[in-house]
Structures are given as C-alpha cells and as structure tokens.
Design a protein around this ligand. Sequence first.
Ligand code: ITT
Length: 210
Amino acid sequence: MDEKRTILFVTSNSGKLDEARLALNPFGLNIESFRFNEEFTKIEEIQSSELRHVAKDKLRKAVTIVNNSSNKLGVMVEDAGFFIDELDGFPGVYSSYVHETLGIQGIIKILTGIENRDACFKCVIGIHLDDEELFFEGECKGQVSGKAVGTNGFGYDPIFIPDEGNGRTFAEMNSKEKQKFSHRGKAMEALRAYLQQRNQSPTSNQCSES
Ligand code: ITT
C-alpha cells in the first residue's frame, strides 16, 4: 500500500469508516482505521455548541494518539450531529450520547404530534496534513420520519428522510445513494477536491487554521 496515499482515520464508528472509503478509494486514496490493540479508538469529545470546535479538538488529540511518525498522507477525524429544528438543534453536538441513551425510538417519541419535522445532518472533517489543520464541512437537510424505516446505514439513518431521495430514509438507500446526498458525502467531496487541487498546486492552504 502506498503510504503517501494513505489517510489514517481515527474513529470508533465503522459506518463512518465505510463511507469514507466509499468516497475516497475511487480516487486512489486509502483509508486506514487507527486501532489500538485491534480496537477502534474513541476520542473523548469536548463540550461545545460548535461541531467545528469539537472536530478541531478531536484532531489535536488524534494526532497526539497516533504520534504520526509514519509516511502517511495525514491523520483524519470527523464530527457529526443530527439537528432537529423544533428542538432548537437538539441533539446536535450531543447526538452520540442521545443515540446511546434515548435512541431513535426516543426521538420519535419526543416528536410525537409535532408537525415541524425539519432536521439536518452536519459533519466536519478535520485532517492534519503536513503540519496543517484543515477542515471540510457538509450538510444535508431533510425531515424526521414518524417511524424507523430501513436497515442500511447506522445511527439516525432509519429516521432521516433527506430532501433529495424520493421520500426514502437514509436506511432505505444503499451506501452509494446515501453518499450522493449526505453531509459526509459532501464533506468528503470537498476534501477530495482540495487534495486534487493541492496536488496540482502544492502551496495552496485555503482551508487551514491555526
Ligand atoms: P467517532 O468515534 O468518530 O466520534 P461517533 O459515532 O461517536 O464516532 P459522532 O460523535 O460524530 O461519531 O456522531 C454523532 C452521532 O451521530 C452518532 O450517534 C452517530 O451514529 C450519528 N451519526 C453520525 N453520522 C451519521 C449518519 O451519516 N447517519 C446517521 N447517524 C449518524
């Protein structure tokens, strides 16, 4: 495997890993998951109302954990959230905790009888490349369904109907279809485009942050 075309993805979520591979492998980029003693690595998240702040902190922790002395292209993390309009954006940055505790049935219950079903997924990819921190964002708007439908995907997929997609939940779509509309698909595409441009113009640093 070409180490210079390999990104080390630090995540505990195998669904995210599969989707990152689906998006980036066709462009000759390998996505390797960082594991410790064969286990996925869960990075503890800071409390912040901004996904981007969470992603930035996760990225710094990931770089420390990985101690990237290898020749790999970069170290990547991602932070995502499910934002429900009627609940002022909740669960948002707390999506992971809410999924583990209330679960999707809990969300359905909370929204029983509520007409406004608008919601969106957002995600921020953070990647450490050549001592730079870069961030790429994606968003997908849609509706919360009244019941869980479909068995594909992960997390909140069975209760999210993206605006594009003929009224089906993400969990009713195959991974390629989900990728076309999803927050992650869009953020991965922004990363891919950046990497392509960077290859052509190595000094570009449009998305960097200190
Ligand atoms: P990390 O180790 O990468 O942090 P995680 O699953 O904890 O994995 P997040 O904190 O970013 O990741 O995710 C917040 C929650 O939102 C979590 O419950 C996910 O399952 C869910 N989620 C994220 N992306 C999703 C998607 O594309 N479809 C459905 N649910 C998603």
